[in-house]
Each structure stands twice: as structure tokens, then as C-alpha cells.
Design a protein around this ligand. Sequence first.
Ligand SMILES: O=C([C@H](O)CO)[C@H](O)[C@H](O)COP(=O)(O)O
Length: 203
Amino acid sequence: MIQVALDRLNRQECFHVVSEVYHYIDYIEIGTGVIKQYGMSIVQEMKERYPEKRILADMKTCDAGKHEALQAFEAGADAMTVMSFSANKTIRDSLKIAEELKKQVVVDLLGITSKDRIVELRNLGVTSVSMHVGKDMQAAASLDYLDDFRDTLKEFNIFVAGGINPERVKQFSKVHPDVYIVGSYITGSSIPAEAAKKIREVI
Ligand SMILES: O=C([C@H](O)CO)[C@H](O)[C@H](O)COP(=O)(O)O
């Protein structure tokens, strides 16, 4: 599956990109910066416009798990993100809300170096994780380390993110992702539909 990540775009651009790439995507991610700019109203509008697509609110929650999970889900998000370094209570509270509302929490593994934490997350009841190379780490980061995580991740529903383009798909495929999150490669293209079609073919 493909999740288009809407980051560093204004409201009009977000809706324009989705209308262009609609046929090639499964999830629509409202990026953290877009949520900071427009609040939960853009999550709500996106769900109203595209009820048949899965909407992920990239909240990057790291505290107040119950409140922020509720905020995202009540706005219409099907899924929201919580950071893996959050307190266990934050993760448990957001999972509890998701379970009650039949929604999904994706735990963002940004900056993770310890497999022990991934095992702990599993024991907390986490089922979906995002193996995420952050925007500011992408230039420097080698993806060789992904090999080491393959076995630890295999029981999860796996999302991958971080500068994914047709050349980098192969490196991310090492962890057998269920969902490829693709942002700039699509949103920075002058023809987003062509970029989305191409990445879908490669995946
Ligand atoms: O989560 C993201 C990042 O932290 C910026 O907020 C992006 O959505 C994710 O990295 C996908 O975007 P690209 O890296 O541009 O493909």
C-alpha cells in the first residue's frame, strides 16, 4: 500500500495533490506541519472529502496520549502516530482509545537505535510501527541498518518513511513493509499523478 504524506503544503495544495494521485494511493497522511498550520479541521475536511480512503493524522504525539488520540480520531482520522520514545502510559492510553473506537495507532520509530524498545512496544500491545528516517537525517543516513531490524519487526504491520523514491524503494523493502509512506517525491513533482503511478509500479 502507499500513503501519500502531505507536508509543507498549504490547504489548497493538499487537496490538489490528493485529487491528482487519488487512484494510486491507499492512505492520506495529514503531515505534522500541516496539522500545526491548520489544526484538526483539515483532517476533518479530508475525511469528509475522501471517506473511502484511510486518513492518517501524523500527530507525532509524545505526551497526553489519550487526549491527542481522541483529537485525531474525533476529527475523522482512521490512524494517528505516537512517538516510540513516549512514556509507556502515553502509548497505552492512545492504544486504549484506538481500540475503543476501532482505529489504528502507528508508533513512529524515528531515531530508534534499540531493538529492546521495539520488543517492549510489542509487549505494550503495539501492532503497527513506522520505520522512519527523519527529514533532517535523510542526507546523512545510510539505510544498511534496516537489515538488522528485519526479524524484530516481522510481527508488526510495518510502515516505512524517509525520502522514499523509486531508487530507495529497494532498500526499504528489506523490512517487508505493508505501507510505503511517500511525501516529497510525489508532492514535489510537477506532475504528482505521474510520480505516484511510477512509485506504485516500482513498489
Ligand atoms: O513524517 C514525515 C517527516 O517527519 C516530516 O514531517 C514525512 O511525512 C515522511 O518523512 C515522508 O515524507 P518524505 O520523507 O518527504 O517522503
